[in-house]
Write a protein that binds this ligand. Structure first.
Ligand code: SF4
Ligand code: SF4
Ligand code: SF4
Length: 271
């Protein structure tokens, strides 16, 4: 739907964490009113209604997903199925009821438990600033298939992992690898293969008055392991959030280290 220039200016000033939802609501109301272009007046009227009724729209949790399912060519691992299972897990937790008991006053979006799922390490859905961030990941290995020294892996890898000295196979500096899987797609001979596909897991990120970036658990995890880890985080959150504090505010080094001990070995090498 088209927006007038002043309406576009106004929507850009809406805080980014509600901007997408306000934009969708404005367009929905304008469409219902038979309009083809959103004006500044439409935008302001909807924004007022939306923000004053925010507590009615809070559902206790939120899962952000990147645009991978729309056909992004960078997808390392499709997260659609994991998204569905996360939604089921979070729904089963009655987080809205939990927050209503713990938070004094109106519920706001920033009280919600936030998960972000991105299908590759480009991280378009900002997993680094969510309570739990999940990134599709591919562990790369060299196989016995002969390398033709074509250089495709050197060209495609943005992290400088590969070094060729004329003849293959390349030397790998895997400490730099972010597990995007692009080299596996580019290698024409099968010399590079996916050892394992799964998800990287980041915990405890948030914005707000005291922002912090999430910490990454070492390794790559299966969907089942990710769900177990999220379940553990929810249990910790419910046990410690007395007044609706975010998981990211509460997460301790001891809890993180305990998860690392319990899941780290299964997850594999750090990335
Ligand atoms: S995170 Fe990766 S897969 Fe998802 S939209 Fe961004 S580039 Fe595409
Ligand atoms: S998976 Fe690792 S080695 Fe391969 S292209 Fe991505 S960053 Fe480079
Ligand atoms: S590992 Fe594959 S992509 Fe890299 S140089 Fe050898 S054949 Fe080419």
């Amino acid at each position: 739907m088209k927006w007038s220039a002043d309406a576009e200016d106004a929507i850009r000033k809406v805080p980014f964490f509600v901007r997408k939802r306000v934009r969708a609501r404005v367009e929905q109301e304008a469409r219902t009113a038979g309009k083809k272009v959103v004006s500044l007046a439409d935008m302001q009227a909807t924004q007022r209604r939306y923000l004053s009724g925010m507590s009615r729209d809070v559902k206790g949790y939120r899962i952000d997903m990147c645009f991978g399912p729309n056909g992004c060519p960078n997808r390392a691992v499709p997260g659609d199925e994991l998204y569905r299972r996360l939604e089921e897990l979070l729904q089963s937790q009655d987080l809205l009821g939990f927050l209503r008991q713990r938070v004094r006053g109106d519920l706001k979006f920033h009280h919600e438990f936030r998960i972000s799922l991105a299908d590759c390490p480009n991280a378009c859905s900002q997993p680094q600033i969510k309570d739990v961030g999940i990134l599709g990941a591919v562990d790369v290995r060299l196989t016995e298939e002969p390398c033709t020294a074509c250089g495709a892996c050197v060209d495609v890898c943005r992290e400088g992992v590969f070094e060729l000295d004329g003849e293959g196979p390349p030397r790998l500096a895997l400490a730099r690898c972010v597990a995007c899987g692009q080299c596996v797609k580019a290698c024409p001979t099968g010399t590079l293969a996916a050892d394992r596909t799964g998800f990287r897991v980041l915990l405890g990120g948030k914005l707000g008055r005291h922002p912090r970036l999430a910490r990454e658990l070492p390794g790559i995890y299966s969907a089942d392991q990710v769900l177990q880890i999220v379940g553990d985080c929810l249990a910790f959150y419910k046990a410690h959030s007395r007044r609706g504090e975010r998981f990211a505010e509460l997460m301790t080094d001891a809890f993180f280290d305990d998860l690392t001990r319990r899941y780290g070995a299964a997850g594999g090498d750090p990335h």
